[in-house]
Design a protein around this ligand. Sequence first.
Ligand SMILES: *Cc1c(COP(=O)(O)O)cnc(C)c1O
Length: 387
Amino acid sequence: MEISKKTGFGTRAIHGGLEPDSATGAIMTPIYQTSTYVQEEVGKHKGFEYSRTQNPTRSALEKNLAALEKGEYGIAFASGLAAIDAVIKMLDPGDEVISTNDLYGGTYRIFRTVFEKYGITFHFVPMAQLEEIEARVNENTKLIWVETPTNPMLNVVDIQGVATMIEEKDILLAVDNTFASPYLQNPLELGADIVMHSVTKFIGGHSDVVMGALVVSDEALANELYRIQNSSGAVPGPMDCFLVLRGIKTLHVRMERHCKNAAQIAEWLKGQPIVDKIVYPGFKDHPNHEVASRQMLDFGGMVSFSLKRNRLEDAHSLVSKTQIFSLAESLGGVESLIGHPATMTHAAIPKEEREKSGVVDSLIRLSVGIEDVEDLIQDLDQAFKSI
Ligand SMILES: *Cc1c(COP(=O)(O)O)cnc(C)c1O
């Protein structure tokens, strides 16, 4: 059976871009743990010369990633940030980028502290309001960098709306699709030029690999990004590529359970007297619920909430009392994690500024895993009762 963009997601996850090993017939792509490849004579080789440039395990993963995002070309990197780095390296001094004001902290850091000094200007606007983006567009604008949903306030940006707005202009649209995963949302289909993933999160899914990826459909854009991948050299090793290929085979099954568990936990939180605000795009009172319903298949595995008694001590106590939810940064793994953005991921942002975007002292973020939801709820319940 031919795998196409119309093939179901689960079938694409398991088979997309993959073939049995040509040397042995091995059904699983082998870990080609090699730096170089023997040439028969000068220039006569089997398509592989040096593993920074090409590696068979990485190539298999890159094709599989392209199939997941319904794109043509996948480009894998040593981390999500290395993937972002490659996109910005396509720009020239004087170019301007428009991005969201509640950007992932690491993305904000590379924009401001690495690339600004090369003469690239970054603007940060509340992207859920499209007119805020439009107001910043000028003749120097070369890239719009969208992240949706965002961390930890789960703001949702209308990808198609942004794409339509810049349709006539020579501006690239890139979407960080990490929080949604390709199972819930395919930005290329909504008009984006580049999809970026921290593969570390849902795609890898097992908290055992740090990796990043880009997927594009345009050949010239792909070649430019392959050139940067090879020139800068931030490539993932074959062992990590193997682990991610293995993780992807269950991506659809994992995502279904992440979403189902998160929805049930969000619902349970509603009944808790100590809980103040619940941030979950699946709720009708979420400011971007309508866009989320339109552009995502389901509402994802992330839930944030604050406490009525907005005290740092209570939040700290709560996140240290859970026993199944582990206190840790990161997200998207099979195991549930709990975090305190104000002192963990968002500690570098001044209190006043983070509170403006909703990251109050008592805000807690859950990355809901795929354990039995009754146990997860019981775990939260015992932690709630202890504060
Ligand atoms: C983790 C993350 C990144 C960075 O990816 P790394 O793999 O940690 O380099 C970028 N964007 C989002 C939304 C993330 O969650």
